[in-house]
Design a protein around this ligand. Structure first.
Ligand SMILES: [Zn+2]
Length: 104
């Protein structure tokens, strides 16, 4: 199965796709994903059996589109999210704590 980038419509194998996940945000339960093809950055929620795409709204992330990935599993760890599929595991480390950025 192939997972698409919603910006450029390139399609990736799960290995390519999940290797491009980075910066797990535990509080919001989101991983960042940067498309290896077009560089578009997205945020998504890894859910059992599917990926959830959506938009931040009033400080919360609302899943509006779901992409089915049969067999997808997730496990939250202290400083990372483990994504597993077909005996493969991808570990997405948490974003390191950073001070709030100034507007500039
Ligand atoms: Zn793309």
């Amino acid at each position: 199965m192939l997972i698409p980038c919603f910006a450029c419509e390139a399609r990736f194998t799960p290995d390519e796709y999940f290797a491009a996940c980075h910066d797990y945000h535990r509080g919001r339960d989101l991983v960042a994903w940067t498309c290896p093809r077009c560089g578009n950055r997205d945020e998504l929620r890894v859910l059992p059996g599917e990926l959830g795409f959506g938009y931040p709204s009033r400080g919360r992330f609302t899943v509006e589109d779901r992409f089915r990935v049969p067999g997808l599993r997730r496990r939250r760890a202290e400083l990372r999210l483990d994504i597993s599929l077909d005996k493969r595991v991808w570990r997405v480390p948490s974003r390191t704590a950073q001070p709030a950025r100034c507007g500039a």
